[in-house]
Design a protein around this ligand. Structure first.
Ligand code: AMP
Length: 291
């Protein structure tokens, strides 16, 4: 594995490669990231994994400063998993001067769900991802379904700019008890970790309710809203601070207009705080790659 932190070396390394797959990360590499690397390897002869903690996308300073940084371990894990290039750019390479231009993300994405709680997050993510695409020119880029709204946005971004890059989505990798792997899980205290799978369990329960009731006459938006309310109440009663639990149509990123005909496209998304740690997760009614 080549470890690169400079543009000239990156360009000369990539010049000779036939096909390139990109896996962008913020480091603290875990099995979720590694599953994306292995997935990417099926589609390209060169897998580039980037590690860059993008300060501009953090809404809270403390979250940025406490974000786990484990570069030596990360590089070992990437190497074992056959990453060809680890691109670890310094701050001044990605932001050579104060960033004045940002991608404007449509409001149905940027102002809903995660967007309500994370300020300009989506615009900042779109901007850094575009920078990586321009530097690396990947044929394939792999993102995790764990961050579904982000993956949806990047798919749209790639459709609307001529990136000549196919976006693939990897399944969410979970711990044995169902908790989605996340770098932020390391912030959980012992008692918090013991109950951290509750959000996933509630989402799975909502999925089952949808599946079992999808043919009933009362399966409408009101029914779905009641499921959301029940899910939110359960989480809050368990001591979480729920930010949202929402059932949407994953193809259009909006509330279903006719749940009875759209049930196959439904996804349940949630974000909640457990103590000081903010966790997000989602469950699709039927697992599929978004269009
Ligand atoms: P991050 O380093 O958290 O920014 O994540 C980098 C990439 O890994 C993103 O595309 C995430 O969606 C993806 N990812 C994060 N956690 C998981 C997970 N548990 N399973 C699969 N992919 C994940």
């Amino acid at each position: 594995m080549k470890i690169i932190n400079n543009i000239d070396v990156l360009k000369s390394e990539l010049g000779a490669r036939k096909s390139i797959a990109l896996v962008p990360t913020m480091g603290n590499i875990h099995e979720g990231h590694l599953s994306l690397v292995r997935y990417a390897k099926n589609y390209a002869d060169t897998v580039v994994c980037t590690i860059f903690v993008n300060q501009l996308q953090f809404n809270e300073k403390a979250d940025f400063f406490t974000y786990p940084r484990t570069i030596d371990n990360d590089l070992k894990k990437l190497e074992i998993n056959k990453t060809d290039i680890a691109f670890v750019p310094p701050e001044e390479l990605m932001y050579p001067c104060e960033q004045e231009f940002f991608i404007e993300v449509p409001e149905y994405i940027s102002k809903s769900l995660e967007g309500q709680f994370r300020g300009p997050f989506f615009s900042r993510v779109a901007t850094i991802v575009l920078k990586f695409f321009l530097l690396i020119r990947p044929d394939i880029a792999v993102f995790g379904k764990k961050d579904f709204q982000q993956a949806f946005m990047i798919k749209k971004l790639c459709l609307q700019f001529p990136m000549q890059c196919t976006i693939l989505l990897g399944e969410t990798i979970r711990d044995l008890d169902g908790l989605a792997l996340s770098s932020r899980n390391s912030h959980l205290g012992v008692s918090e970790r013991a109950k951290a799978n509750q959000m996933y369990k509630i989402l799975v329960n909502m999925k089952e309710e949808i599946f079992q009731n999808k043919e009933q006459e009362y399966f409408n938006l009101k029914f779905l809203n009641q499921l959301e309310d029940t899910g939110r109440d359960k989480l809050n009663k368990e001591g979480w601070e729920c930010e949202y639990i929402k059932i949407i149509n994953k193809d259009f990123f909006r509330e279903p207009i006719c749940p009875k005909t759209e049930w196959r496209q439904l996804i349940v998304l949630a974000a909640a705080r457990l103590g000081n740690t903010r966790l997000i997760d989602n469950v699709e009614i039927i697992e599929s790659n978004i269009q």
